[in-house]
Design a protein around this ligand. Structure first.
Ligand code: ASP
Length: 425
């Protein structure tokens, strides 16, 4: 009897232990995120975030990625929204934002556009990267130049036109001077000069070449609307004072400029330090400022986010190349037991194309993605209107007027000379 009760106690203890271990293994994990398009967005746009929101109230790349990770790592993940990526405050000696939450172990992971930087890597762990990024400059597209009825003159610069006019004027002189001399010598019989025929042939060959070169260049000048940017690179931005610039406060972009000692990034940091109001508290605010300030504000942001913006806000564009190369990774507390399963899950998602699919879904398809590509294909080439080539008709009219004047004067000349000859005879 005694051994039976002992067995019962052992079995009960085993059952309790297994259940507890199972509960521990299925423990809900807290994921810190930031409300940033398209990583984490509220499904309904018009209400403000409050702490009682649950996972289902959100959508975005981060949510989809989280659901995929949940399947592989076997934990339920609960969202906690924080504000700020994470920057070290020298006065308090503390990290804030998502990095701060991970250091204090208030969260188990951070799924966001969190850049893997050297300083963060000292205080938290990162998973394998899931996106490659770099800093880029976002600007408002320049206003398209006005259509011009004389745009058919654009293929050649003014010095070429002047040379052409001078050449034809020279040829005309060569052609008419001998004729005039000839006319004076003999009013009745005209000598057939071989040189004049040679001149005509030269003129025709010259004209054929010029027309070929001109028409090969004409189409792009007439069908594209040309725009001129005042800023073409980061150097241009650093060497002027009219256009202001900024980036997100307390992020890795700010850290890049602060820590850089190479030109022109150090100069940009110096200029920004004189006017910190140039910085924005979020990417969205920075992008809005680029739009509103109408070409007078440039915003430095990460390429992947810039790609999302220019896919939707067609009046904005990315200018220049990447200033650096970096990656987004999932943030974890130091020595987190979840790092290995998360890395495994990310590798799986990468290999079976899920990460690429998610990127396509949230960057290109959802929330108005692709709208600028449609506009570009509709509006890139412009049909030639009368307004574009109206100048040719004006020139024709002027030439016809000249021809009438020349003909009239020739007729008057002939009339007078004939009268003189008749009188002499
Ligand atoms: N992704 C950046 C970060 O992790 C934010 C930024 O500076 O654009 O801090």
């Amino acid at each position: 009897m005694h051994w039976m009760s002992s067995c019962l106690v052992i079995l009960t203890l085993c059952f309790v232990g297994v259940t507890a271990a199972h509960a521990e293994s299925k423990r809900n994990l807290t994921v810190v995120m930031m409300l940033r398009d398209p990583f984490l967005m509220l499904k309904e746009f018009d209400y403000q975030y409050n702490a009682s929101f649950v996972n289902n109230d959100f959508e975005g790349y981060g949510i989809d990625l989280m659901k995929e990770l949940e399947k592989v790592i076997g934990h339920n993940l609960e969202i906690k929204v924080v504000d700020g990526y994470g920057v070290y405050d020298e006065n308090t000696g503390q990290w804030n934002g998502m990095v701060g939450e991970l250091i204090e172990e208030k969260a188990d992971m951070a799924i966001a556009d969190l850049t893997m930087t050297e300083s963060r890597d000292k205080v938290i762990d990162f998973s394998l990267p899931f996106m490659e990024v770099g800093i880029q400059m976002l600007l408002k597209k320049p206003i398209e130049t006005q259509e011009n009825p004389f745009s058919f003159l654009d293929p050649f610069p003014s010095d070429v036109w002047i040379s052409l006019i001078a050449s034809y004027f020279g040829m005309a002189l060569l052609y008419f001077i001998p004729k005039l001399i000839n006319m004076k010598k003999s009013q009745q019989k005209e000598t057939a000069w071989f040189g004049l025929h040679l001149l005509k042939i030269t003129g025709i060959i010259f004209s054929i070449f010029i027309i070929c070169i001109y028409s090969a260049n004409l189409a792009p000048f007439l069908t594209y609307r040309w725009t001129r940017r005042s800023i073409e690179s980061v150097d241009d931005l650093a060497n002027q004072n009219k256009i202001k610039f900024g980036w997100v406060k307390s992020g890795s972009t700010e850290a890049f400029f602060r820590n850089s000692d190479s030109y022109p990034f150090d100069l940009l940091w110096e200029k920004m330090s004189e006017d910190p109001t140039m910085l924005s508290s979020s990417v969205r605010k920075g992008v809005d400022r680029v739009r509103i300030d109408d070409g007078d504000y440039a915003f430095f942001m990460e390429s992947i986010m810039a790609e999302y913006v220019v896919e939707r806000v067609c009046e904005l564009e990315v200018v220049g190349g990447l200033l650096n190369q970096n990656s987004y990774g999932i943030g974890l507390p130091l020595n987190s037991e979840h790092r290995k399963p998360i890395n495994k899950a990310l590798l799986q998602l990468e290999c079976n194309g899920i990460l690429a699919k998610l990127k396509q879904k949230w960057w290109v398809v959802k929330n108005g993605g692709g709208s600028c590509a449609v506009m570009a294909s509709e509006g890139g080439m412009a049909q030639l209107g009368l307004y574009n080539i109206g100048g040719i008709f004006w020139m024709l009219l002027i030439c016809l007027i000249c021809v009438v004047i020349v003909l009239a004067s020739e007729w008057v000349w002939q009339f007078c000379t004939q009268n003189v000859l008749v009188n002499v005879a």
